[in-house]
Design a protein around this ligand. Structure first.
Ligand code: FE2
Length: 259
């Protein structure tokens, strides 16, 4: 089985990148499943039900989220009835939505877990203990388990990679919008990358219009972030999975640029 994990889809340019790239990549790389981080898909923060459905129509099977999950209030009711949208599992008990899901892909169960980091991010439950608990619940249902760790600190992401090595199929980081070149298979058979990168505007400051983000850095005054436009980048990894063992066979980066 071949699974594509797409880095944070940012605003309209990110959606355009998915619309224009995904069907050809799907054919070319013979993909069976597509997982994408969608927490910035609507205007650069949050996701609306309409945007989520647009992305599902392009062929995405599961959308994971992160710290921007509640930025568009329309998602609050929708996330309860849409199992294909997953928010970090380590939000406090009682938070709407689900932190993981089991998806049937051509007759094979695939578990997808979303977690948020704590370092420089949110004050949530411990992602290590949370994922341990989820694994205890789903280990009987599938041995193919994909983790999106939405986190800022590289150290925390690498730590979770080692913690889950041999226990899950893949640990991929999201949130920084900058793709890292450290993809590898860890000794226990888990595919790992610190960050998938961003699928969004190429000429931007992690997705935001350059002049607006610069003004913020230079003046420290409040600004209203807007998604940049122009050419896009499409960032992802493709993971080949041994369906018998649930181990990853390979992980390869995708970094497509529209000129
Ligand atoms: Fe984020």
């Amino acid at each position: 089985m071949r699974i594509l994990m797409i880095g944070d889809i940012f605003g309209r340019p990110g959606r355009k990148a998915v619309r224009e790239n995904l069907s050809s990549i799907k054919q070319e790389l013979k993909l069976d499943m597509i997982i994408a981080n969608g927490e910035n898909a609507s205007g650069g923060n949050g996701i609306t039900p309409a945007t989520a459905n647009e992305l599902f129509d392009y062929g995405i099977d599961v959308l994971t989220m992160g710290n921007h999950v509640w930025d568009k209030k329309e998602i609050l009711g929708h996330i309860q009835k849409e199992p294909r949208i997953i928010r970090p599992a380590n939000y406090p008990p009682g938070t709407p939505g689900r932190g993981y899901g089991i998806f049937n892909i051509n007759g094979v169960n695939v578990g997808v877990i979303n977690l948020s980091g704590l370092v420089y991010l949110l004050n949530l439950d411990c992602p290590f203990r949370t994922v341990e608990q989820i694994l205890n619940e789903i280990n009987d249902l599938t041995n193919i388990i994909i983790v999106d760790f939405h986190a800022e600190a590289t150290s925390e992401k690498i730590a979770l990679g080692w913690y889950l090595d041999g226990k899950v199929t893949a640990v991929a980081g999201t949130h920084t919008h900058v793709q890292t070149a450290d993809e590898r298979i860890l000794p226990g058979g888990t595919a790992y990358i610190t960050d998938l990168g961003m699928t969004g505007p190429l000429n931007s400051i992690i997705g935001v219009k350059i002049d607006i983000a610069l003004k913020k850095f230079i003046t420290q005054m409040p600004v209203r972030f807007e998604s940049a436009d122009g050419p896009f980048q499409f960032n992802a990894v493709v993971i080949e999975v041994d369906e018998d063992t649930g181990s990853a066979v390979s992980i390869n980066r995708v970094f497509n640029i529209e000129y």
